[in-house]
Design a protein around this ligand. Structure first.
Ligand SMILES: Nc1ncnc2c1ncn2[C@@H]1O[C@H](COP(=O)(O)OP(=O)(O)OP(=O)(O)O)[C@@H](O)[C@H]1O
Ligand SMILES: [Mg+2]
Length: 262
């Protein structure tokens, strides 16, 4: 069975989708079969993978609703047109769409509403070594589905003033899901993101994060770089767009650490 990892933080714009994509490609470079799951109604990960979801296309929303099997929705991220693009053949995507937004409302009364993703992944899990689930910036039913379906949680944490605010709420949600639905769920690690160098106090925040969370914090630290949004705009991971950049190397380092902890 695969190692299922939820990428979660209810704070917006901390690098969750970027981490799902680049960690996925980094694991695939190491020879692993990887499925990226886009569980955010904004479907940023889907767009970042160069996938346009057309009318009538099957996405993870239909899988959660039980109207289509996940195998029908899984697709390959598009390599894009950049000559340097090199997408390992072992990366796959279960796309998201705005239709996910309706799930919380339409399934509010369903008894198994927290366990729909787990059920959907059960049928396809055998094909993959890792399933990385990108979650939306809130602690609602979709994030609960991500946590309930996962073996571990990876928390991207933006190195900025008030970085730690909100971590307690996230850890409480993780404990609640663990108690109610998923006893083995654990926090795999915290990934410091968007390190901006000394001038903006990133080092100070990073030491505070390490003081507070100790070994839970990965050695890999992702620096802030305009190459990330540039890569996404072209439907590429940074590992394809600028393979030797510090950002790409940070995600390769993260992949190594994740494999040693998973
Ligand atoms: N290390 C980085 N340096 C600079 N920009 C980054 C970095 N990581 C991500 N970004 C950019 O920051 C923006 C937010 O990143 P991303 O979408 O990965 O965050 P998110 O946590 O998934 O956001 P949301 O909560 O909205 O889903 C994107 O434009 C992305 O390209
Ligand atoms: Mg996102």
């Amino acid at each position: 069975m695969p190692s299922v990892i939820a990428i979660a933080n209810q704070k917006g714009g901390v690098g969750k989708s970027t981490t799902a994509q680049n960690l996925g490609v980094a694991l695939a470079e190491r020879g692993r079969e990887v499925l990226l799951v886009d569980l955010d109604p904004q479907a940023a990960l889907t767009t970042m993978c160069g996938v346009a979801v057309g009318n009538g296309a099957v996405t993870v929303a239909e899988c959660l609703a039980g109207s289509a099997p996940a195998a029908e929705a899984i697709t390959r991220p598009r390599c894009g047109t950049t000559v340097r693009a090199r997408l390992p053949e072992t990366v796959w995507l279960l796309p998201g769409s705005l239709a996910l937004a309706a799930f919380e409302v339409t399934h509010a009364g369903a008894e198994d509403r927290q366990l729909r993703l787990r059920a959907a992944l059960r049928e396809v899990g055998g094909r993959f070594d890792y399933v990385l689930v990108d979650s939306p910036p809130n602690l609602g039913l979709l994030t609960v589905n991500a946590l309930a379906a996962s073996d571990g949680v990876l928390v991207p944490l933006q190195l900025e003033f008030l970085a730690l605010r909100g971590m307690q709420a996230l850890f409480q949600s993780i404990s609640r899901v663990r108690d109610a639905h998923n006893p083995p769920l654990r926090v795999i690690g915290i990934l410091p993101t968007m390190h901006r160098g000394r001038a903006l106090h990133s080092d100070e925040v990073l030491s505070r994060v390490r003081e507070r969370f100790g070994d839970l914090v990965f050695e890999a630290v992702v620096r802030s770089s305009v190459r990330f949004p540039e890569a996404s705009a072209g439907g590429l991971s940074l590992l394809e767009y600028d393979a030797r950049s510090p950002g790409a190397e940070a995600y390769r380092r993260l992949a190594e650490e994740v494999e040693s902890r998973a």
